[in-house]
Design a protein around this ligand. Structure first.
Ligand SMILES: Nc1ncnc2c1ncn2[C@@H]1O[C@H](COP(=O)(O)OP(=O)(O)OP(=O)(O)O)[C@@H](O)[C@H]1O
Ligand SMILES: [Mg+2]
Length: 628
């Protein structure tokens, strides 16, 4: 046997088998007459092979030079991907798409939404991670996945239980609670009924927001709240299109995501503070949201998919109705919370606020006591408000002070008396609403309704010797200015009956001022007070200081009913006033007052301006009109 080295023919045969020659060439090699001939043939083929390889190399080399950087990166990435796959690893983008797909599967989306999401997922796969578009799509997909498209909570519509929950959370408010329960009863009997949207109206701290929470708790729904205060831009509500940089969904969709269920109780706080300007009219967008016909397919600009808001229970709150656009107002059922009397506040504090604060600070209830006198002082002197928010905060301050004491030394029972309050909270703050004790002629005590409840309001009038005309200051609105003019005309026209020298009207100017000057005031209900102040200044007879009044007047001297009576009466009482004159038309509203207020205060019903003047200016000699 010859080895390869010894027999070149063997080498030739071996090479031939490696080279993948066609069969004719193989045959001719076998048939080669001599070894040299075979070697020559082999040499020729090898030389050709080398040439081909050289050429191929040259071509790829040229081509590579032309390839752009991007392509090279692409190739590299593909190679990397191939390696990772080989090693059983996933690259981050693929992993991302895979997790998103997994989440989508779990999310249980409605069919058409799922289709849309899948399409975007496809786009995500084809767009490199470095592209800003990639991020936009990913964020969008995450939103779509997290929204509660189908998720909803089961309602617990056991009305007896709901009543119990409402009572557990809030003192009093029987009418409001009854109305809420009616609302729930309708929901129970006919889930698809178009129930009106409840709107709680009242001063700060009277429990509007917490009633909303209570409703949610009563029927076992999620609670979410969004403030509409200072909302100017419709896009805040509806979001920006995705093409905007940094676009996000609007507040409604965000609230739905937070809620995690598509049937939460959604409280729209401060509907009275919605603005509108060049950026659009959020109020009209709100209309759409609140309309059961339209909100089945609410379209957020960012999502650009229809979202069903029809299962949401909307509840709104406002401090005043004056600024709510009429179409919006039409859609809501107004429930007024008119503030609490001192006694009611004491009950709320004992039953609700104090136990809550104690629980929060971890003080055992048996170690804390506040005397009735202490609590009353806290209510009357340290806080003076329609609601109980400041009361809650002040109680919190007292209780935290005690907690600190307990933390520093051995806990022992603490009793809070009026004297202890001075220790803990400092001297009583000076509060503005104190009634004036003696009124000079020209000043009369009125009552105003404000967004923060009721207020005592003084109207001051003075004559300007040798002056002329009428000056009005104190930021009075148009209606109030008109009622000043009406009052003046009335007093002037009835000068004789009122025993006033009519020369005074011709010889002196009149200035009417209503402090506090910085607060805008409006409304017709100061009419009787204006008239009293004017009759007083022209006649020189001082008005009673223990009596406050409210009522609109006409030029012929009728006293017409006004709104917000309960708030006004409670404000008068807080200021230490014991008598209130009100229009006879408001007699029915007296029923809404707490018993102790009705017992303690005197109410005088007036039909005409003369009734008011007779009460307010006892020193005035009234001559009955000749023909009235
Ligand atoms: N009748 C009540 N019984 C028990 N607690 C009450 C009552 N009314 C109000 N509160 C408590 O007073 C606090 C303030 O109430 P809430 O925040 O609901 O006021 P609000 O009416 O929403 O005020 P704002 O207009 O400022 O938003 C809450 O802690 C609430 O629980
Ligand atoms: Mg609130």
């Amino acid at each position: 046997m010859f080895t390869m080295q010894e027999d070149p023919l063997r080498l030739v045969y071996m090479l031939a088998s490696i080279m993948n020659l066609d069969s004719t060439r193989e045959q001719s090699l076998l048939e080669a007459p001599t070894r040299t001939e075979a070697l020559r043939m082999m040499h020729g083929w090898l030389a050709h092979e080398v040439e081909v390889l050289e050429l191929r190399n040259k071509i790829t080399e040229d081509a590579r030079g032309e390839m752009s950087r991007e392509q090279r990166e692409y190739i590299l990435r593909q190679q990397k991907r191939a390696i990772e796959q080989e090693l059983g690893e996933k690259n981050p983008e693929q992993a991302e798409v895979a997790t998103l797909r997994e989440k989508l599967d779990k999310a249980d989306l409605p069919e058409d939404i799922r289709k849309e999401a899948d399409r975007e997922l496809g786009r995500l796969e084809s767009i490199p991670a470095a592209s800003p578009e990639h991020n936009v799509i990913r964020t969008w997909l995450e939103y779509v996945i997290e929204l509660p498209w189908k998720t909803r909570t089961d309602d617990n519509l056991d009305i007896a239980r709901a009543r119990q929950v409402l009572d557990e959370d809030h003192f009093g408010l029987p009418k409001i609670k009854e109305r809420i329960l009616e609302h729930l009863a309708v929901l129970k009997l006919n889930p698809d009924a178009k129930a009106p949207i409840l709107c709680f109206v009242g001063a700060p701290g009277v429990g509007k927001t917490s009633l909303g929470q209570s409703i949610a708790r009563a029927i076992g729904r999620k609670f979410e709240r969004m403030s509409l205060g200072g909302l100017h831009d419709e896009a805040e509500l509806r979001g920006h299109r995705r093409t905007y940089i940094g676009a996000l969904p609007g507040r409604l969709i965000q609230a739905m995501r937070r809620a995690g269920a598509n049937n939460p109780v959604l409280m729209l706080d401060e509907v009275d503070k919605v603005g509108h300007d060049f950026r659009g009219d959020p109020a009209s967008a709100l209309l759409e949201v609140l309309d059961p016909e339209q909100n089945k397919a609410f379209r957020d600009n960012y999502l650009d998919l229809p979202f069903d808001l029809s299962k949401v229970m909307f509840v709104t709150t406002a401090n005043t109705l004056d600024t709510i656009p009429a179409p919006l107002l039409d859609r809501m059922e107004i429930l007024r919370l008119s503030g609490y009397s001192e006694e009611e506040k004491a009950q709320i504090a004992r039953r609700y606020l104090i136990p809550r604060q104690l629980a929060q600070t971890g003080i055992k209830p048996e170690l804390f006591e506040i005397t009735d006198a202490g609590l009353n002082r806290l209510i009357a002197a340290y806080t003076r408000e329609a609601g109980v928010r400041r009361l809650e905060q002040t109680l919190g301050r007292v209780i935290r002070k005690i907690a600190l004491r307990f933390a520093e030394s051995e806990p022992a029972k603490v009793t809070v008396t009026p004297e202890a309050l001075v220790d803990m909270l400092g001297p009583e703050p000076v509060l503005p609403e104190e009634a004036r004790k003696n009124l000079p002629p020209g000043v009369a005590t009125g009552l105003a309704w404000t967004e923060s409840g009721g207020d005592v309001l003084y109207i001051e009038a003075t004559l300007l010797p040798n002056g002329k005309d009428l000056t009005i200051t104190g930021q009075l609105g148009e209606v109030m200015q008109e009622s000043a003019k009406t009052a003046r005309s009335y007093v002037w026209a009835h000068a004789v009956e009122l025993g006033i020298d009519s020369a005074k009207f011709l010889n002196s100017g009149l200035h009417i001022h209503v402090p506090a000057g910085a607060i805008p005031k409006d409304g017709p209900s100061a009419g009787v007070t204006m008239t009293t102040a004017l009759a007083s200044v022209y006649s020189g007879v001082a008005a009673r200081s223990d009596t406050a009044m409210t009522g609109e007047i006409t030029l012929t001297g009728l006293v017409l009913p006004i709104g917000g009576l309960k708030e006004k009466v409670l404000a008068a009482r807080r200021a230490g006033i014991t008598r209130v004159i009100l229009p006879r038309g408001n007699q029915k509203d007296l029923r809404d007052l707490p018993d102790e207020v009705r017992k303690e205060m005197t109410f005088i019903l007036a039909d005409r301006v003369e009734d008011v003047l007779a009460e307010m200016l006892p020193g005035l000699k009234l001559t009955p009109a000749k023909a009235a």
